[in-house]
Design a protein around this ligand. Structure first.
Ligand code: ADP
Length: 508
């Protein structure tokens, strides 16, 4: 069934979903101080869907002030209450799944069924992190003397969440959930390409009953809104997900006021296929790995290392399976592969395809697909073979559905090539030999490895990168470090002051 986006339906839904499209600051729906707006478009058609406030540093300042004013009361709100609010928010997300999925598909180009799945996953993230609110604590320390020494894990205060456009809701949820659960207040800056679902989500935060100022959203461009947010001296923690290039800028802005910075950055993930792999499964997972959300995924498996012994069989099956991938409009229910997010991203991916043609052999795709809207930002799944390890398409993050196939026959050489990258986010290994699988997994310089599978992000497992793919971890118990700081408390339990007459024996 095709859901037709007639203008009437569009306007009606927009009225119910983002009503006038304003930012959520200090519990109020606000325009930018300057009155400026920018347009966000539907990437399936290129059509403008809404005008959104274009925040500048004055708006960012207001949002940070609101979050700072709310910080102490939120820190000392019972953990049980914070957890209950997050779970209530999860319930509201489920009640609003149709609107959230519709907006996510419309703004980011996720096809509607996938957008729905992504929305329905949010309560799991909210619930897992709500649980952390009541579990996380400090430790007692066996210091010498009649003393009790222990640590408290305290929130950082105001946290900034700079979100990319590829998974707008999920990436926001995975960092705001632990931040809020652990007693921090939040300012979200969604990507300029995909601001709408964060604003709708803010409505649900309001409806759930979170105190004023605990959760704020500013919309706008990176340099105008993201940079002042990262640079704001009252922001104690910054979580950024996006390109390595921008992550470097954000880390420097945070360093100027000694903020704690979590970065989840780019990747060029190797998918390694041993000769004994289950080829059909590996083919299927490889396609998911580089075609999921049209390759606009930080962990995308964009470097395929095929053992020479199975190369031809694998490539034959890959081509056959790619023929059946259904490319189309986000609202066409048969779609499995939607558009790129923007015309800029389309230009970027097409220019990498041109580069690929000059440095390797184009094996599959490489063009714009037929049978989709002319104005949409579609590109075919594209496979290059005979790719040298030095080729740009084998080294640079493309963020589109472009797969570089490299060969291997010696495992040491394979590991060297797989690790020869500035990135270290993720890897997949296909083999039925446990020893090969585990020994290779240990040697790869990445933050996550899957064996005989493809990635399914989950709130209970840590996710993040080695090398220039990032610092800190999202999800799992490891996320706690990103949103807390340690305070050491020591109590003298004896009746009298510890003898301090021997100053020379004192440690300080
Ligand atoms: P892309 O280049 O693919 O659009 P980015 O990594 O630049 O991705 O963007 C991710 C997020 O970072 C977005 O919310 C964007 O607005 C924001 N951003 C971009 N530039 C800056 C900057 N200089 N300072 C802070 N945030 C930024």
């Amino acid at each position: 069934m095709t859901q037709t986006l007639s203008d009437g339906l569009l306007i009606d839904r927009m009225a119910r979903t983002v009503d006038g499209v304003r930012m959520f600051i200090g519990g109020e729906w606000q325009s930018a101080e300057s009155g400026a707006t920018f347009d966000t478009v539907d990437p399936s058609t290129g059509r403008v869907i809404a005008s959104v406030p274009r925040a500048g540093s004055i708006d960012v300042d207001r949002a940070v002030k609101a979050a700072a004013d709310a910080a102490v009361a939120w820190q000392f709100t019972d953990a049980l209450t914070r957890a209950a609010l997050l779970r209530q928010l999860g319930a509201l997300v489920v009640e609003n799944v149709d609107e959230l999925a519709w907006l996510e598909a419309l703004d980011s180009g996720h096809y509607i069924d996938k957008a729905r799945d992504l929305v329905m996953a949010l309560p799991l993230w909210l619930d897992y992190h709500a649980g952390l609110a009541n579990i996380v604590g400090g430790r007692t320390i066996p210091v010498p003397g009649d003393k009790l020494s222990f640590t408290l894990l305290e929130p950082l205060g105001v946290t900034a969440h700079i979100v990319p456009w590829n998974y707008p809701l999920l990436v926001m949820a995975r960092s705001i959930a632990p931040a809020l659960a652990l007693g921090n207040t939040v300012v979200v800056k969604p990507a300029e390409q995909t601001p709408l679902t964060a604003l709708y989500f803010a409505r649900l935060v309001e409806e759930a009953g979170f105190p004023t100022g605990v959760f704020n959203v500013v919309t706008g461009f990176g340099e105008e809104a993201g940079a002042p947010l990262a640079a704001h001296p009252d922001v104690a923690g910054i979580t950024f997900t996006g390109s390595t290039e921008t992550g470097r800028i954000v880390a420097k802005l945070g360093a100027d006021h000694i903020a704690q910075v979590n970065l989840e950055l780019g990747g060029k993930s190797p998918v390694i296929v041993f000769p004994d792999a289950k080829i059909d499964d590996a083919v299927e997972a490889t396609i998911q790995g580089f075609c999921s959300h049209a390759g606009q995924v930080c962990i995308a498996g964009s470097r395929l290392f095929l053992h020479d012994a199975i190369r031809d069989e694998f490539l034959g099956k890959l081509t056959q399976r790619l023929e059946s991938v259904r490319i189309g409009d986000s609202f066409e229910s048969r779609t499995q592969f939607g558009p790129l997010v923007s015309s800029e991203q389309l230009d970027r991916v097409l220019s990498y395809i041109d580069i690929g043609k000059s440095e390797a052999t184009l094996y599959y795709g490489g063009g714009r697909p037929s049978g989709v809207a002319d104005g949409g930002y579609f590109v075919e799944p594209t496979v290059f073979i005979d790719v040298a390890p030095t080729a740009r398409i084998a080294r640079e993050e493309i963020f589109g559905p472009v797969l570089s196939v490299l060969g291997w026959s010696d495992v040491d050489d394979l590991v060297r090539q797989a690790n020869d990258s500035q990135f270290g986010l993720f890897a997949a290994i296909w083999t039925q030999d446990l020893r090969d699988a585990l020994s290779t997994a240990r040697r790869l310089q990445v933050g996550g490895v899957v064996i005989n599978d493809w990635f399914g992000e989950l709130p209970m497992a840590p996710h993040g990168g080695h090398k220039q793919s990032g610092t800190g971890r999202e999800e799992g118990l490891e996320t706690v470090q990103g949103y807390t700081q340690v305070k050491h408390v020591c109590i003298n339990l004896s009746d009298s002051l510890v003898d301090t007459s021997d100053w020379a024996a004192a440690p300080l």
